[in-house]
Design a protein around this ligand. Structure first.
Ligand SMILES: [Mn+2]
Length: 323
């Protein structure tokens, strides 16, 4: 495992030398994004720092129990006058979907995606980490930084979000971190219930419609599912309500790759890809301007549904044929 001790110490030093610190994450933030933003903020607040937390989109409803979640602002532009801007979980600055970031004099990039372009002045990229949250936990532990109880909860939520409650990204360290966080007083069952067990009814109405679209191709090795814009409107649902839907497609006997086509705006699809086994989705996602991890990647496509579906299917067939 790469030793990031110097990088994290250097980043922490530069942060503590700054007064106004901005922390942003990617568009449509998830549990790792929000948990990691709040965790880093807790460490900096403990040092008396001014921290501005911001994202392009709101905190998902199921995470609105985390301490200080209200501090995360929804903005289109990074405010002026920051000393440093930290990008959490952004493979490239444009993943944050914010303007004005170029004005900030110092950029810090903390991420665990292997396809990260190392765009910042200070880059800490740890593809071996199951989530960004555990990177920040390592920073806190190694530097012996004081942290409030909320810090450990934030990290745990990041960890269960990116592992889907310990189904993916499981290495020995994953369990060591979980063990240590529970030892710190984190209530694992309570947090799992909060994050995965309190969904609004509209999610199930949407899921029912989405499951109706499930179709298998290539002798059942490829599964495709769709959530159209009109489905979202029919149950007054939003993008975050589709979180985890693609897993149902993947968890079908014989399926090796699954795709969920999410029509966020008319003819504007965000495509989530998942793979079982040794398939690497990343090159495919990158060919379409997307990114992610080997077994979980995403991309954006424009066009009518039939066309988008045909392109995704052709790409996945090519992948399985080894083209
Ligand atoms: Mn992540």
């Amino acid at each position: 495992m790469t030793d990031h001790a110097d990088t994290m110490a250097w980043i922490w030093q530069r942060l503590t030398e700054s007064d106004r610190i901005g922390i942003c994450s990617h568009a449509y933030p998830d549990g790792d994004a929000i948990g990691s933003q709040l965790a880093l903020a807790e460490l900096l607040w403990a040092q008396g720092k001014e921290v501005i937390l911001m994202n392009r989109h709101n905190v998902p409803e199921n995470l609105r129990f985390l301490k200080n979640w209200e501090a995360v602002q929804v903005v289109e532009s990074v405010p002026a006058g920051l000393d440093v801007l930290v990008f959490i979980e952004c493979t490239e600055p444009r993943r944050a979907d914010l303007t004005g970031w170029e004005q900030c004099p110092l950029w810090v990039n903390i991420d665990h995606h292997v396809c990260n372009t190392r765009y910042a002045h200070l880059n800490w990229v740890a593809p071996e980490a199951p989530c960004v949250g555990t990177m920040l936990y390592e920073l806190q532990q190694r530097l012996g930084l004081p942290a409030p109880p909320a810090f450990y909860e934030d990290i745990y939520v990041a960890l269960i979000s990116d592992t889907a409650n310990f189904q993916y990204n499981l290495k020995p360290n994953t369990f060591r971190w979980a063990y240590e966080l529970v030892q710190q007083g984190v209530s694992a069952e309570e947090l799992a219930r909060r994050v995965f067990g309190q969904y609004p009814e509209r999610r199930w109405r949407l899921l029912r419609m989405a499951l109706d679209t499930l179709q298998l191709s290539m002798d059942g090795r490829i599964a495709l599912m769709t959530v159209t814009h009109s489905m979202l409107q029919a149950v007054d649902a939003r993008y975050e309500d589709t979180e985890g839907f693609v897993d149902y497609a993947l968890k079908t006997q014989g399926v090796q790759v699954a795709a969920l086509l999410k029509e966020i705006e008319p003819s504007h699809f965000r495509v989530s890809l998942r793979a079982n086994g040794r398939i690497d989705l990343l090159p495919l996602a990158q060919r379409f301007g997307g990114g992610g991890h080997a077994r979980a990647a995403a991309l954006v496509l424009q066009g009518p549904w039939e066309e988008v579906q045909a392109r995704v299917l052709a790409a996945l067939e090519g992948l399985l044929k080894g083209e």
